[in-house]
Design a protein around this ligand. Structure first.
Ligand SMILES: Cc1ncc(COP(=O)(O)O)c(C=O)c1O
Length: 440
């Protein structure tokens, strides 16, 4: 070959990618895909990916707005003004928080995108971020991708947790720059009361550390619990921002609409980065999201009630299996300690693989969220009550050796992903058989 040499061509990925921690859900995702290809009806409680439809009135608005050619151009990367104004109105209505849509709100392509780019906007080599363990994996990956370091502190929702953080802030040099909070929490479903945020803001002021609140499950609350917004705390806007999302409360996960609100300098930093990287959402998505925010309060309450019922079914079933499980008061998850006799000396990654293998039920192993997640599994409330009951029966059969119940015919129907290989190309459905991965 002219000009060639014998050295094999090699693609060197960046150090940014190389410093990512191992993806601990990979084996489970691959076994799940394998089982589905083999025709198994896997009951997938692994990922917090909503299964219920987005609101009809929002879909109608999307269709209407999509027909208007004026909406086909590039949009604004920070989100159109009316969308940001609607977010401000909602924060005022629900939490009593005043936000300036011009300077204190930026729309993001899902809160995950916003969070990740905010890390890029605020962090660099040598910076450190304090994160609770266990954690939603992005809270660590995004820090690593930005070139900074994570220091994990055993998670809590009380003064003792804040004291552990204070100990780190006092003793680590250079001092950590950022503290990530996430209540209602993924994966543990832990919640807080307003006092917790008051103490966190005091800590932030004292040690000059910024706070990022991930409020993805803020509206998925059960019984009489109403999750407080970090931004409702006096002084919060001086030290931090909060991320919220349309994904969970409005079942709009695929629409990718989130928001970052609060401290104007942090919002500006994120807007600057986004201005370089993206042109914002397709305008019809933003227009439909305005309507969701304006008219969707009842929808959000009804959806939370759906999760609450599933929670009740799951928690009581797990207790019957012999597990000691706390009933969560928010989020889309039950964080369940696996009974010792079922764990049988295994770690939760191997246990979850065994459960998938023997019961056709996918859950997320706690170890995938950090060392302190070991011993637990996260079970997402993303199947209907009948399917959750079926999953519990299959778990009982596999773990307690009880007789497997015959599956009612409406439950053994194939999942839409199974016929993927043989189905004709379906341009009305986005289901390509890879759409559910554990860990999210
Ligand atoms: C804690 C937490 N934050 C953020 C996200 C991402 O949400 P979005 O769809 O807005 O990117 C998730 C999704 O599972 C989550 O659990």
């Amino acid at each position: 070959m002219a000009g060639g040499n014998d050295i094999p061509f090699k693609i060197e990925v960046s150090s940014r990618i190389r410093r990512l921690p191992p993806y601990l859900f990979a084996r489970i995702n691959s076994l799940k895909a394998q089982k589905r290809r083999a025709g198994h009806d896997v009951i997938d409680l692994g990922m917090g990916n909503p299964i219920d439809p987005s609101p009809d009135f929002v879909i109608d608005k999307l269709a209407e707005a999509a027909r208007d050619p004026r909406n086909h151009r590039y949009s604004a990367s920070v989100g159109i003004f009316n969308l940001r104004r609607e977010v401000a109105l909602k924060y005022k209505r629900r939490y009593g928080v005043d936000l300036d849509p011009e300077t204190e709100i930026v729309a993001t392509i899902g809160s995950k995108e916003g969070f990740s780019h905010l890390m890029l906007a605020l962090l660099g080599a040598g910076d450190t971020v304090v994160v609770g363990d266990p954690a939603y994996p992005i809270h660590m990956y995004a820090v690593a991708l930005a070139g900074a370091n994570v220091i994990s502190v055993p998670l809590g929702n009380d003064e003792a947790f804040l004291q552990r953080i204070e100990h780190v802030l006092k003793n680590l040099y250079p001092r950590p720059k950022l503290l990530i909070l996430n209540y209602p929490h993924n994966p543990s479903a832990m919640t807080v009361e307003p006092k917790f945020y008051q103490q966190a803001v005091e800590l932030a002021r004292q040690y000059n550390v910024l706070i990022i609140s991930d409020f993805a499950y803020g509206e998925t609350c059960f019984d009489t619990y109403h999750a407080p917004s970090f931004l409702a705390t006096p002084g919060a806007k001086e030290v931090g921002v909060e991320f919220s999302t349309m994904s969970k409360p409005y079942n709009m996960a695929g629409w990718r609409v989130g928001f970052c609100c609060g401290n104007s300098e942090m919002v500006r930093a994120l807007s600057t980065i986004k201005g370089y990287y993206d042109y914002g959402h397709f305008a019809p998505i933003q227009i439909a999201s305005i309507l969701a925010l304006r008219k969707g309060d009842d929808f959000v309450a009804r959806q939370a009630a759906v999760y609450q019922k599933r929670r009740d079914v799951l928690v009581s079933g797990l207790r019957k299996l012999g597990w000691s499980v706390e009933s969560p008061r928010a989020s889309m998850f039950v964080w369940a300690k696996v009974a010792d006799q079922h764990l049988a000396g295994q770690g939760t990654i191997d246990f979850s693989l065994r459960l998938l293998e023997e019961a056709d039920v996918a859950v997320a192993p706690g170890r995938g969220f950090g060392e302190n997640g070991e011993g637990f599994v996260r079970i997402a409330l993303v199947e209907n009550e009948l399917r959750i009951k079926q999953a519990l029966r299959q778990m009982d059969a596999a773990l307690n050796g009880r007789k497997k119940h015959q599956r009612p015919s409406n439950l053994s129907a194939k999942t839409p992903t199974q016929d993927h290989a043989s189905a004709p190309l379906d341009v009305t459905s986005a289901d390509d058989g890879r759409s559910s991965v554990v860990g999210g």
